[in-house]
Design a protein around this ligand. Structure first.
Ligand code: GRF
Length: 203
């Protein structure tokens, strides 16, 4: 069983999906710690209600993002985390942090990368652009924002009467499926990264 460190900045519905998938026995992992950069994040309450250790590490309490990220890395190491999961973490990680966990950080992004990457408004951007299909992506995190090797993607149609809210909700339902699935593929050791491609025996 692998130990997860989940970084979440707000609502935490992806954290909830991970917790429930573990409870259903679909993911062979344990959430060792939840860390938020925002004290008001509802993700913290979700962790507390499942008796998962949760910590707030605020950027403004540190002289730089590097120092802030070093504190997070220390907490993750103290909790013997095997895989860092960015589940709605709204800040870019310092390259030193990324290098400290090579191919051991994954992120969920609400678009089919590389489309609509690099920002916090992927669903709005997809609507504005007029695409007919968007979706979500789980990828390894490297030093290029939203640019790491892709583990899983799921396509979602854009409907004529969609608003940002309705589209986001449809995408979110798929996020809640592919994020736990990607964690389970990692936990089973079945992911193999070859250049930009991620191969999996049991996808
Ligand atoms: C999700 O849409 C995720 O793709 C994006 O931020 C949102 C987080 O939602 N990175 P939640 O906090 O997991 O509910």
């Amino acid at each position: 069983m692998i130990q997860l460190g989940v970084l979440a900045s707000s609502r935490g519905s992806n954290l909830q999906a991970i917790i429930e998938a573990i409870e259903r026995g679909e993911v062979d992992a344990r959430v060792a710690i939840v860390i938020s950069n925002r004290p008001e994040a509802y993700a913290l309450a979700r962790a507390a209600s499942h008796r998962i250790p949760a910590r707030v590490v605020q950027e403004e309490d540190y002289p730089s993002r590097l120092e802030h990220n070093r504190r997070i890395a220390l907490l993750l190491e103290e909790h013997k985390v095997d895989l860092v999961v960015l589940a709605g973490y709204d800040r870019v990680l310092h390259p030193e942090f990324v290098r400290a966990f090579p191919m051991r950080i994954i992120n969920i992004h609400p678009s089919l990368l590389p489309a609509f990457g690099g920002g916090l408004h992927a669903q709005e951007d997809a609507l504005r652009h007029g695409v007919k299909v968007t979706g979500c992506t789980v990828h390894f995190v490297n030093e290029d924002v939203d640019g790491g090797p892709i583990i899983l993607q799921k396509a979602v149609p854009v409907l004529d009467d969609d608003t940002e809210e309705s589209l986001s909700l449809r995408i979110l339902q798929e996020e809640h499926r592919i994020l736990p699935k990607a964690i389970q593929l990692f936990a089973r050791g079945s992911l193999r990264v070859v250049g930009r491609r991620v191969m999996s025996a049991d996808r």
